[in-house]
Design a protein around this ligand. Structure first.
Ligand code: MTE
Ligand code: MO
Length: 206
């Protein structure tokens, strides 16, 4: 445990190199990447809500203030990997852990196995429920201690750092729990459904 902690916080070049998956380069910038327009919210309480639906006992909708009153977590030193080959190491995010969210919504049906993240303008990303149960998965609203900028997903994005970053849907508005997998936006365009940067699962082979 201590060795793993030490390694995670060791910023020597040799250790950092271990943190870069095959075919990726490291950038200190924070590139902005998405399809479509950046939404704006003049009044979050009036124009924004967050919905969970599908395979759970009942759907539930959170207002912005309800969502922000959920317990939060901050994770430091997290690495991001985009399928277009940039990686950004050692980032800090805050928000509501996915596991925490589950405590504040009706129980999932036993058949719930997959989740489709729904964002503004129809963007979607699909992730197995099991992947979301990792301790580093959250619904993030702060990057580096301050509110997300509009470009990076304000007011809320999904954050699944073990997968290529397209699974981390910006401008998140809901999560749909599903018994069977359904492909998201980039997955339908031929990106690999599993999206593990360490396996270089970039594109679908079918
Ligand atoms: N809603 C939405 N979320 C999205 C995307 C998108 O097109 N729309 N693109 C994804 C991709 S491909 C990447 S690499 C990351 C980029 O996040 P960033 O702009 O904060 O770096 O957002 C992901 N989330
Ligand atoms: Mo990406």
């Amino acid at each position: 445990m201590f060795e793993a902690f030490k390694k995670k916080h060791d910023r020597t070049p040799e250790n950092m190199a271990d943190r870069v998956p095959p075919g990726q380069y490291v950038t200190d910038k924070f590139p902005v990447l998405h399809y479509g327009d950046v939404p704006s919210y003049p009044d979050l309480e009036q124009t924004w809500d967050f919905r969970v639906f599908g395979e759970l006992e009942a759907p539930k909708t959170f207002s912005y203030s309800e969502f922000r009153s959920l317990p939060t977590v901050t994770l430091e030193n997290i690495d991001l990997h985009c399928v277009t080959r940039w990686s950004k190491l050692g980032t800090t995010w805050s928000g509501v852990a996915f596991k925490e969210l589950l405590k504040h919504i009706p129980p999932l049906n036993p058949g719930a196995q997959f989740v489709l993240a729904h964002s503004e303008a129809g963007y979607t990303a699909n992730v197995p429920l099991e992947v979301l149960l990792d301790d580093d998965v959250m619904l993030a609203y702060k990057y580096d201690g301050v509110e997300l900028t509009p470009d990076h997903g304000y007011p809320l994005r999904l954050f699944v750092p073990k997968k290529y970053f397209w699974k981390s849907a910006k401008w998140l508005r809901g999560l749909e729990f599903m018994a069977r997998d359904r492909l998201g936006f980039w997955e339908r365009y031929g990106y690999n459904n599993h999206a593990d940067p360490w396996q270089e699962e970039r594109y679908s082979e079918e």
